[in-house]
Ligand binder design. Structure first.
Ligand code: ARG
Length: 453
């Protein structure tokens, strides 16, 4: 391509090292669409003849069709996807193909391609997250009346509707969608026409190209246009946060499906056996999602580090953006595609979660609230209940079966109605504060999330 300036060919290893077609070939459709818009703009502005532009656009259409159909293979010796398509076009239509790169550089070309590609991928990821939110919301609704322990410090804390726990993840995932949407807003500006770094002396119409490609407008500074990769960092950041959520959820799935918990059973199709231990049913999918979270953090750190200290404008270092952001997107897609059906098919063991909520003095706060509602200051009530809990532990019983006479030794405020007040059904059913853990609150959250979607 640059033969004029050089006396020798590039060393073979250096050539391979320099080449990005291995990973940027996936942007072929975006590259071709960008080139079509560019050719149309050049013709409209009288920079190219209509005849040449028609030849170019038809040629590009043919290339797109052939790649889609698997009839044209990428040449792995090409430097990148941009060079490959341009060479193929020239092979097919002759000299007109050589005019396409007028008033353009690969620097703005690649910047356009990544934006177009990630815009599509972001929509795909958001659709997958929406599917997951739907599944999680359905699970929550199904289990709104299932009572389970809620935890702090992984110690039984207060009883909740199990559906409430699921809805916490629905909220996180909704924010993930919001963050990706937000990243796309800033991504969706066209750098095409920034050229190498300084724009061009041709009378181009950047807005025309931008509109043809579905951008919301054009980038306003040509140096920034070619050197900005903020949108890649923003997208990977949003994906890293999504992965945090999937990883936390996975951790709970792993715990809940253990013999120690048995809160849930995972479907056979999303678990694996052991090569040696016949009894094993392992939550590999959840473990892998938890594990792959590290990859996405790595992708984020890799790109942040690549960009740090780069002088303006384009530097070849920036070719490293693609593998990081592609890997992050691929990983998120892969994880969501397995995670969602795994959640959809899991079975909740409501009797087990109920029994787990019965032990561990999970209704101690409610007993203190019982005294408080009868006029005792909360701190005094807290102290009395703490003493009673210690007595129960020593005697091997729980609050629900501790005799009234024992209670009354601590305070004459205690009466027979305390037992109804500390029953799990009351404790959960009455947690009706906005966003609280009661079944009716869960149903409100479910309705709210469905409305957001
Ligand atoms: N393959 C390059 C990349 O991904 C395309 C841009 C090359 N521009 C250049 N001046 N070498 O960044």
């Amino acid at each position: 391509m640059w033969a004029g300036r050089f006396l020798k060919a590039l060393d073979k290893k250096a050539d391979d090292f320099n080449s990005s077609i291995r990973f940027d070939c996936r942007m072929y459709a975006q590259d071709i669409k960008g080139s079509m818009a560019h050719a149309a703009m050049l013709a409209k502005q009288g920079i190219l003849t209509e005849a040449d532009a028609d030849l170019i656009i038809d040629g590009l259409e043919g290339i797109l069709k052939d790649i889609d159909a698997g009839e044209l293979q990428f040449d792995m010796n090409a430097e990148d996807i941009h060079m490959f398509i341009e060479a193929e076009l020239t092979k097919r239509i002759g000299d007109a193909g050589k005019r396409l790169h007028t008033a353009r550089s690969r620097n703005d070309q690649v910047a356009v391609d990544i934006r177009l590609y990630l815009r599509d991928k972001a929509s795909e990821v958001m659709a997958l997250i929406r599917d997951l939110v739907n599944v999680v919301t359905d699970k929550a609704e199904e289990n709104a009346d299932v009572i389970a322990p809620g935890y702090t410090h992984l110690q039984r804390a207060q009883p909740i509707s199990f559906g409430h726990h699921f809805m916490a993840y629905a909220m996180m995932l909704l924010r993930d969608i919001g963050r990706i949407e937000d990243a796309v807003k800033r991504m969706n500006y066209s750098p095409l026409g920034s050229c190498a770094l300084a724009g061009t002396t041709y009378d181009t119409d950047r807005a025309f190209e931008a509109e043809k490609l579905g951008f919301d407008g054009i980038t306003q500074n040509s140096i920034d246009g070619v050197s900005d990769r903020d949108f890649c960092v923003e997208l990977i950041s949003a994906l890293a946060l999504l992965m945090i959520h999937l990883s936390r959820f996975s951790e709970e799935i792993i715990l809940w499906s253990s013999w120690e918990f048995k809160f849930i059973d995972l479907d056979d199709s999303y678990t694996t056996g052991s090569s040696i231990m016949p009894q094993k049913k392992n939550p590999d999918m959840a473990e892998l999602v938890r594990g792959k979270t590290g990859r996405v953090y790595g992708d984020l750190m890799a790109l942040l580090t690549t960009l740090k200290g780069l002088p303006l404008a384009y530097n070849k270092d920036m070719q490293e953006d693609k593998e990081a952001v592609f890997d992050a997107v691929d990983t998120a897609v892969m994880c969501l595609e397995v995670f969602t059906p795994m959640i959809a098919t899991l079975k909740v063991n409501g009797d087990v979660t109920y029994k787990a909520a019965q032990k561990g003095f999970i209704n101690a706060t409610d007993l203190a609230d019982y005294l408080t509602k009868k006029g005792m200051p909360f701190r005094a009530a807290y102290k009395i209940v703490g003493t009673i809990v210690a007595e129960c532990i020593a005697k091997g019983c729980v609050l629900d079966d501790y005799p009234l006479e024992e209670y009354q030794k601590h305070s004459d405020v205690f009466a027979q109605d305390l037992y109804a007040e500390i029953s799990l059904e009351t404790c959960v059913g009455k947690r009706n504060s906005a966003g609280g853990a009661s079944p009716s609150s869960v149903r409100k959250q479910v309705a709210w999330v469905r409305e957001q979607l």
